[in-house]
Design a protein around this ligand. Structure first.
Ligand SMILES: [Fe+2]
Ligand SMILES: [Fe+2]
Length: 165
């Protein structure tokens, strides 16, 4: 793809992905304010924006074999928790941006955990293993097999964990 169009596809992907989260936040607000039909509309458009984001994404990145994908997912998490978030955190401390400090820390810790889960999966690709995962919907921490009493990363209680099968 030509670099100019590639940049536009990247921008379109980011715009659609952001719209997905924005519209879900709008839907939550509409529900709170007693407009369930408007909330449904926001959620429907959010799903449509996710379709667009997925289509743009398919032009940007190639999906490899599962082994290749595990390696690249592992490397992304290593970069995020070892390089990107530490730099972002340093700047957030300098700027005294408490919200950013909090969420960067939570994401860095969770990403370290994600990297370990990927590494473990890579080492056990052929092993017969079936386990469910539980994701903390507050901070993105992941536990295997059963949800913890409290999230070890953000201390939210068990009911924040969502099962992923
Ligand atoms: Fe992650
Ligand atoms: Fe958490």
């Amino acid at each position: 793809m030509k670099e100019t169009t590639r940049r536009n596809v990247e921008a379109a992907f980011i715009g659609e992905a952001k719209a997905y989260f924005r519209l879900h936040a709008f839907a939550k607000k509409a529900d709170e304010e007693g407009y369930p039909q408007i909330a449904r509309l926001f959620r429907a458009v959010a799903e449509a924006e996710a379709v667009h984001a997925r289509n743009h994404f398919s032009l940007l990145e190639r999906v490899g074999t599962t082994e290749e994908n595990l390696k690249s997912a592992f490397e992304s998490e290593e970069f995020a928790n070892g390089v990107a978030y530490p730099e972002f955190l340093k700047q957030a401390w300098q700027d005294d941006e408490k919200g950013a400090i909090w969420w960067f820390t939570a994401a860095r810790n969770a990403d370290e955990r994600h990297a370990r889960l990927y590494k473990h999966a890579l080492e056990n690709m052929i092993a017969e293993r079936s386990v469910l995962y539980y994701v903390c919907t507050h901070c993105g921490w992941i536990e295997e097999a059963r949800p913890p009493e409290v999230c070890p990363n953000c201390q939210k209680p068990r009911d924040y964990f969502r099962e992923v099968s």
